[in-house]
Design a protein around this ligand. Structure first.
Ligand code: HGY
Ligand code: MN
Ligand code: MN
Length: 396
């Protein structure tokens, strides 16, 4: 099949215009926002023009379907609160281009998906988690974003046309930017993913005593932010003997109440997220996190509570699909590709519950992602879509 590089790059650029941040090539397109829904309406029209039948499920996962059994390609088109133009978008537009090229060549049947809320405004890869059955819709509906909006309310903007039966798909391949420094620093063009790490994510709340910042003596305070900062610095020490160099953990969101300069904060809610390729290690980290938070709360005379523990297990990619990608990578990027794990989470993890899955990476310049500066050389974007296309053609 023949990839039209110009059409592919034009579409990728057009998708960027929905929620373009005005800073570099960044985008602000969180799940269910106006920009996200406008982008999905545009994607719908491109899918129809490509001869695909469009269906949107109750979560807002958007499918462009080929008739009969087909290979599913895609990723997500929602972004982080401050995101790059390629995270997810690349996999969706690459899928669209390969579906068009396959159709024009009279080749394999290819369907396209853009999953909803991969970036976790509400959960962790929420749209594909619900579609795959990992998370029940009624449980998902209870999840709230950092401003307290429930998923059940946010997804009212979706005009669903019905559930999409996964049994029509023979497998799923997701193309993505690496989002890390490995390929770029090695001067390589393509990564074929071996496996995707596991993740755990929960909110933790310290409840102290709100009070006057001028009159409350330091020794009488129950300052919830002091508890968070103590927790955050002590955690690195406590985890030292459990983690490996590839284990990561992050406090990425902190909300103080009432968040005012002259008030000792009475409540702090923060996100605690950790990732590793070994599920057992994730469990040991959880025990340390819970006991440290309890210990700090007790020592400071505060209460602590834990939100629901969200998570995904580490998964290995399918041997057969991965081999097709490897053969194609070796042809299009000889001596400039490698097999590598993914430290970022992807919809492919959830989809692996339903069918064989594989993933393909292109480099991220300076390893930057989840930031407006995220970018990839145009030549690498095109090489990636050609590797994907050839692998798909070989699976016929
Ligand atoms: O956080 C992740 O790994 C993904 O980009 N949502
Ligand atoms: Mn992504
Ligand atoms: Mn992301």
């Amino acid at each position: 099949m023949k990839i039209d590089a110009g059409r592919f790059l034009e579409d990728l650029d057009k998708l960027r215009s929905f929620g373009a941040s005005g800073v570099g090539k960044g985008v602000v397109r969180p799940a269910y926002s106006e920009a996200d829904m406008a982008a999905r309406a545009w994607l719908t029209s491109r899918m129809i023009e490509a001869g695909l039948r469009v269906q949107t499920d109750a979560m807002g996962n958007l499918f462009g379907l080929s008739e009969g059994p087909s290979l599913l390609l895609g990723s997500h088109s929602d972004s982080q609160p401050e995101g790059g133009w390629l995270d997810g978008a690349l996999g969706v537009i690459a899928a669209l281009e390969v579906a068009r090229a396959a159709r024009e060549a009279g080749g394999s049947a290819v369907s396209v998906v853009s999953f909803q809320d991969e970036e976790g405004r509400f959960g962790v890869t929420t749209g594909s988690a619900v579609w795959s059955g990992h998370l029940a819709q009624d449980q998902a509906d209870l999840l709230c974003d950092h401003s307290g909006v429930a998923l059940a309310d946010a997804r009212r903007v979706v005009a669903s046309t019905g559930a999409v039966d996964p049994s029509q798909f023979t497998g799923f391949v997701e193309m993505h930017i690496e989002q890390g420094p490995v390929l770029d620093s090695a001067g390589e063009r393509i990564g074929v993913v071996s496996d995707i790490v596991g993740i755990r994510d929960m909110k933790i709340t310290f409840e102290g005593q709100q009070n006057h910042a001028g009159t409350t003596p330091m020794h009488l305070r129950k300052d919830a932010f002091q508890a968070v900062s103590r927790f955050n610095s002590e955690l690195n020490e406590r985890l030292r003997n459990v983690v490996t160099p590839s284990t990561v953990w992050t406090v990425g969101h902190v909300s103080l109440h009432p968040n005012a300069s002259s008030i000792v904060p009475g409540r702090a809610v923060f996100s605690m997220q950790w990732r590793d390729g070994d599920a057992e290690r994730l469990g040991r980290m959880e025990a340390i996190i819970r006991s440290l938070a309890n210990e700090i709360a007790e020592g400071m005379g505060m209460a602590v509570s834990f939100g629901p523990l969200l998570g995904l297990e580490p998964v290995a990619m399918d041997r057969g699909l991965r081999e097709a990608l490897e053969l194609s990578a070796a042809k299009h990027a000889p001596d400039q590709w490698r097999v590598m794990p993914s430290g970022a989470l992807h919809d492919a993890t959830n989809v692996s519950r339903l069918m064989p899955v594989a993933m393909l990476f292109v480099p991220s310049i300076d390893g930057i992602s989840h930031a407006f500066e995220e970018d990839t050389d145009e030549a690498d974007l095109v090489t990636g879509v050609r590797v994907l296309a050839e692998a798909v053609a070989s699976l016929k």
